[in-house]
Design a binder for this molecule. Structure first.
Ligand code: GAR
Length: 189
């Protein structure tokens, strides 16, 4: 049985979509959903999906090694950032080489970097009058949104679009592709 741990900071619709998709596979499961935000709706989704959760703070993530220790104990085959907003510290990146992936709601290298998440990304796409946006799934390194790209998919942006409608198009791409890319990566391991 392969084992995934998801890190999420907010709503968690991608986390839920991944859990539901993998429920139909016999050899992969999401063992835990971890969050840095005790009020994140993803924690309620996890409870409803019967997935174990763990909440951590900045010290446990960046300084005391508490989260690293937990991850080493659980030995996930893949750590999936699905709407997770903190930079992953070097000790965790180094402990899981090519084993941590992130989804970014734009076509990197455009519209990435510190502070670029969720609606802010879609707002930037509108302000720049882009004709397309999309999703990027990439390995995580020590810098925001700059690890090797694994997969991208794009959608057209129309003059009538606003940040909300772009978000909807991008979410649709995320739901369609993210679980399949995760499964493909696990099959290659
Ligand atoms: C997703 O669109 C994801 O790509 C984005 O946050 C959203 C989370 O939605 N991630 C980032 O912006 C990371 N820089 P969800 O909580 O409903 O899955």
């Amino acid at each position: 049985m392969k084992n995934i741990i998801i890190l999420a900071s907010g709503s968690g619709s991608n986390a839920e979509n991944i859990v539901k998709f993998l429920a139909d596979t016999s050899n992969v499961k999401v063992s835990h959903i971890l969050s840095n935000n005790v009020n994140a709706p993803v924690l309620l989704r996890a409870k409803n999906l019967n997935i174990k959760t763990k909440v951590f703070n900045k010290t446990e993530f960046n300084e005391s090694g508490e989260v690293l220790k937990f991850l080493k104990k659980e030995q996930p085959d893949l750590i999936v950032l699905a709407g997770f907003l903190w930079l992953v510290p070097t000790d965790i990146v180094k402990a899981f080489p090519q084993r941590i992936i992130n989804i970014h709601p734009a076509l990197l290298p455009k519209h990435g970097g510190k502070g670029m998440y969720g609606a802010k990304v879609h707002q930037a796409v509108i302000e720049n009058k882009e004709s397309e946006s999309g999703i990027t799934i990439h390995y995580v390194n020590e810098k925001y949104d700059s690890g090797d790209i694994i997969f991208q998919a794009s959608c057209k942006i129309l003059p009538s679009d606003d940040a909300d409608s772009v978000a909807q198009k991008v979410h649709a791409l995320e739901y369609q592709h993210f679980p399949r890319v995760i499964l493909a990566l696990l099959e290659q391991q």
